[in-house]
Design a binder for this molecule. Structure first.
Ligand SMILES: *[C@@H]1O[C@H](CO)[C@@H](O)[C@H](O)[C@H]1NC(C)=O
Length: 326
C-alpha cells in the first residue's frame, strides 16, 4: 500500500493514525554463507547478492535490504585487527548499489554474538570492530547498522554491553545520522522478548542521536525456528507479536521485524498476511518488516525471495504486496 504525502498530512490533520511503514524489504543472504570456512572463497563458500535481484525487488516497492556478512571475513584473525580490503570491497559494492538507488542497506554481521565460534566476551574488541566498519560508512546516511544477528545462549548483560559498545563506537566513528538496529539474546525472538529477559536488559540502551530500533525476528512454525513448512495457525504471528508490541509501546521504543517468513501453503500465507496486517495496525511502534530471504544461492529453499524462480518470489510476493511500500 502506498500513501501519498498529502494523504498522510490529511490523515495527521484529522487526528487519524496514518498507517505507514518506514522500512519494508528483504534479507539478502550470501556474504555470510560457508560460515565455518574462513576466510573462504568468493563463489565457492560465499557469494554477494546481485544488483539485479535488489533492483527487481525494489521495483515491487521494497526499500530496505539487509545484507548478510561475517565479522571474521571483514576483520580476520583478530577482532581488533585491520579490515580485509578484498572482502570489504565486495560488501561495499552491493551496499553502494543499494543506497545509490535511494534504498536502505542494513549491514548485518551474521555472527550470533560469536567470533570464530566463540562468544564475544571482548567488548573492547567488538567496539574496535564497529569503529572500523562504521567509519567506512560514516558519510552514507542510507546505511543502517545492525549490531549482530541473533545473539543467543549468552548472558543478557553481555548482550546489552555489546549493543551499547557498538552504539558508542558507531557514533564515535562519525556515523551520527544513521539508524542503529539492536538485537537481543534468545535469537532476538519477538515471541520471547519479555520472557527471555531482553525486555529488562535491553531497556536502558542509550544513543545520543536517539536512533535505536529494536530488531526482532519471528517465524511461524511450532518452535519459531523457521525450519518447518507448517505454520501453527493463521493467527500465530499476531499472537506471537502481542507482548513485544506492548513492550515497545509502554517503553516508548520502536521496532523492526528483521526476519519473518512462511512456506508456500494456505495456512502460512494467511499467517504471514495477518502478521503483516498486525504490524501495519501497530505502525506507531513497528516501523516495518523484512522477509527472510533473497540471495543467489537459495535454490529451492522454501522461503526464497530470489527472483525470478524463488519459491516465495513466485508464490508469496503477491500475498504480501499490499504491505510493501514505505
Ligand atoms: C581476504 O579476503 C579474500 C576474499 O575473500 C580472501 O581470498 C583472503 O584470503 C582474505 N585474507 C585474509 C587474511 O583473510
Amino acid at each position: 500500500m502506498h500513501f501519498t504525502k498529502s494523504f498522510v498530512a490529511a490523515a495527521a490533520a484529522a487526528g487519524v493514525n496514518a498507517q505507514q511503514f518506514t522500512w519494508t524489504g528483504t534479507n539478502q543472504a550470501g556474504g555470510e554463507f560457508g560460515e565455518t570456512v574462513f576466510p573462504g572463497q568468493l563463489g565457492k563458500h560465499y557469494i554477494w547478492p546481485t544488483p539485479e535481484s535488489v533492483d527487481t525487488l525494489a521495483a515491487t516497492g521494497m526499500n530496505t535490504f539487509r545484507v548478510g556478512t561475517r565479522m571474521e571475513r571483514l576483520v580476520p584473525d583478530d577482532i581488533s585487527g585491520p579490515i580485509n580490503e578484498t572482502y570489504f570491497d565486495g560488501l561495499k559494492s552491493i551496499v553502494d548499489h543499494i543506497t545509490g538507488e535511494g534504498h536502505y542497506a542494513v549491514i548485518d554481521p551474521h555472527n550470533y554474538g560469536r567470533y570464530y565460534g566463540n562468544i564475544i566476551n571482548d567488548v573492547d574488541g567488538f567496539s574496535a570492530w564497529w569503529t572500523k566498519i562504521a567509519s567506512r560508512f560514516a558519510s552514507n546516511e542510507r546505511v543502517i547498522f545492525d549490531t549482530n544477528n541473533e545473539y543467543h545462549d549468552m548472558d543478557n548483560s553481555l548482550v546489552h554491553d555489546l549493543n551499547q559498545a557498538a552504539i558508542d563506537a558507531i557514533r564515535a566513528a562519525g556515523a551520527t545520522s544513521q539508524w542503529i538496529w539492536v538485537e537481543g539474546n534468545a535469537w532476538s525472538g519477538a515471541w520471547s522478548w519479555v520472557s527471555s529477559g531482553n525486555g529488562q536488559s535491553m531497556l536502558d540502551l542509550s544513543d545520543p542521536q536517539d536512533k535505536i530500533v529494536y530488531e526482532m525476528h519471528q517465524y511461524l512454525d511450532s518452535d519459531s525456528s523457521g525450519t518447518h513448512t507448517e505454520c501453527v495457525s493463521a493467527t500465530i504471528g499476531v499472537e506471537r507479536l502481542q507482548e513485544a508490541t506492548e513492550w515497545l509501546r509502554q517503553n516508548g521504543k520502536i521496532g523492526i521485524l528483521g526476519e519473518t517468513a512462511g512456506a508456500n501453503n494456505d495456512v502460512c500465507k494467511q499467517a504471514v498476511v495477518n502478521e503483516l496486517d498486525f504490524l501495519l495496525d501497530n505502525s506507531d511502534v513497528w516501523k516495518g518488516w523484512l522477509w527472510w530471504a533473497a540471495g543467489p544461492w537459495w535454490g529451492d529453499y522454501m522461503f526464497s525471495m530470489e527472483p525470478p524462480t524463488g519459491v516465495a518470489y513466485q508464490n508469496m510476493l503477491s500475498e504480501i504486496q499490499p504491505f510493501i511500500g514505505a
